[in-house]
Design a protein around this ligand. Structure first.
Ligand SMILES: [Zn+2]
Length: 88
């Protein structure tokens, strides 16, 4: 799943799903519209980038622009739901 992050919290490489900075896309409407909050635990800054994993990046290359995000709950664990976001 895609990850929403502010510019202070870029995604680090993960073993299961690879995230690369080149595949981090800007939200539609940003910076005027700041409706998605950084997914890092404790951070309340607006997300400027949606980080796509390698599978989502392949979909982006085919023209897909709407992705589902993965979010953490207050304890820092992954919540069962996220939000769909549109990227440029
Ligand atoms: Zn953040």
């Amino acid at each position: 799943m895609a990850l929403a992050r502010c510019n202070n919290h870029p995604v680090k490489m993960q073993t299961k799903y690879q995230y690369h900075h080149a595949d981090a896309k800007v939200l539609v409407g940003y910076p005027e519209v700041k409706v998605v909050i950084c997914g890092r635990k404790g951070c309340l800054r607006p997300s400027d980038l949606i980080w796509l994993n390698t599978y989502e990046a392949a979909d982006y290359a085919k023209g897909q622009r709407v992705f589902s995000t993965r979010v953490t709950d207050k304890s820092g664990g992954y919540a069962p739901t996220g939000a769909k976001v549109e990227v440029q």
